[in-house]
Design a protein around this ligand. Structure first.
Ligand code: PMP
Length: 397
């Protein structure tokens, strides 16, 4: 990197933002004080094992059940759905997809998903296809990251037992038409509908949670704690557990439940949903502003479609290496992602951008900016100005 910009490094360090500007909310968020307080309070006062039969266990179990009910109620699902706590969306996705595929195998062996899912969905379907001989159709996407509903109708058949589409793509923010998919699925009652809602929960007003049979998400994308999440499922559905053990969580997820994390998740969701509409409008304004500022620069190719979630904005650099620009921004105290955080260390190209039909150069040099509602408009201006300076200072790749 030093070869690319020998004099720039020190200059950039002199102008470091303090506190740093965090534009990587799709990777993780800072836990709020209220969430941390709720976790500590439960750790101090409800550290009993909720599965113990004595009064201390009972107290912890009451608190746990309260958190479970509250999450379902916050999403309007308390009558129709049930919830199990997991270590995050990765586990919830694995449990939903493997669990349903294995439980309903006698009804059919056909599964449908798409090529821009998070690896914790994509690789699970690949493994079911390769290791367990399921028939899997992965729908491709167009330049806007959209699947074709016609193609979806064409691949659906009487053997389809599970369909899985994320709500919002974590790299580009492109949205999936979940309501339309639900309508189509009415003619296929055997096919269950799962969605990884990690990037939309608490961030998308008017989301139709009720249409989904299974929903996965993580706490740490909405001001909660890492290592915590949930799988919500329609009450009449069953699935095989991933691991054997003491049969906790209705037998679907063995292991002593982490009560303080469950409480913290419930608190994080309550706060996110309460501020959801107001935050959405704020972020929409910030995102539009950044799009307008960056679209003036001929070196920048915008990858997020106009109707993407405003929380995620993705663009590629025509002449510069994204990893070098991310580091240059970081030296200025501005934190963005060169790919989704889960893959950036081992892969160099975005499978999402490649699926959208972009070439290898564009897919290797993408930057994801993801917003918090706390950011100020002036900080968007500052980011755009810094990026422009860095692009001028750095040599072409
Ligand atoms: N799905 C999506 C859409 C995500 O963005 C992420 C996190 N990057 C995950 C699943 C996995 O979440 P976790 O790492 O918390 O299990």
């Amino acid at each position: 990197m030093q070869n690319l910009w020998p004099n720039a490094r020190l200059k950039l360090m002199e102008t470091k933002c303090n506190p740093p500007l965090f534009f990587d909310e799709a990777a993780t968020t800072k836990p709020s004080e209220e969430v941390l307080d709720s976790f500590l309070e439960a750790s101090r006062n409800n550290w009993g094992n909720p599965h113990s039969l004595h009064a201390f266990g009972y107290k912890a179990s009451k608190v746990l059940e309260g958190a479970r009910f509250k999450i379902l109620q916050t999403l309007g699902l308390e009558k129709t759905h049930a919830l199990i706590f997991t270590s995050g969306a990765t586990e919830a996705n694995n449990l939903a997809i493997k669990g349903v595929a294995r439980h309903y195998v006698n009804r059919g062996r056909h599964l449908i998903s798409d090529t821009i899912e998070h690896p914790s969905v994509l690789h699970v379907f690949e493994s079911l296809r390769e290791q367990e001989k399921y028939r899997v159709d992965f729908l491709g996407v167009d330049r806007e990251g959209k699947i074709s509903l016609e193609e979806f109708k064409n691949v659906l058949d009487k053997e389809t037992i599970l369909v899985s589409f994320m709500s919002i793509n974590n790299e580009t923010g492109s949205c999936f038409p979940l309501d339309e998919i639900h309508e189509i699925l009415k003619e296929y009652p055997k096919a269950l509908f799962h969605s990884d809602i990690t990037q939309s929960i608490g961030k998308t007003p008017h989301f139709s949670y009720k249409n989904l049979d299974l929903l996965s998400f993580s706490a740490h994308k909405i001001g909660g704690l890492k290592g915590s999440g949930a799988l919500i499922y329609r009450k009449n559905i069953a699935f095989r557990p991933l691991f054997e053990g003491g049969g906790q969580e209705s037998g679907f997820r063995s292991g002593t439940v982490d009560v303080p994390s469950a409480i913290a998740l419930s608190k994080a969701l309550e706060i996110a949903i309460k501020k959801q509409e107001e935050n959405y409008l704020r972020v929409e304004n910030l995102s539009k502003k950044l799009r307008k500022l960056l679209s003036k620069n001929p070196e920048i190719l915008i990858n997020s479609p106009e109707d993407a979630s405003p929380y995620i904005f993705n663009f590629s650099l025509l002449h510069k290496k994204a990893s070098v620009v991310v580091e240059a921004l970081s030296l200025r105290g501005i934190y963005v992602s060169s790919m989704s955080a889960c893959s950036s260390k081992k892969e160099t190209m975005s499978h999402v951008l490649l699926s959208m039909g972009y070439d290898k150069e564009r897919a290797s040099n993408a930057i994801r900016v993801s917003f918090s509602a706390e950011l100020q408009e002036s900080e968007i201006d500052y980011f755009a100005a810094c990026l422009e300076t860095i692009l001028k200072e750095l040599k072409d790749r």
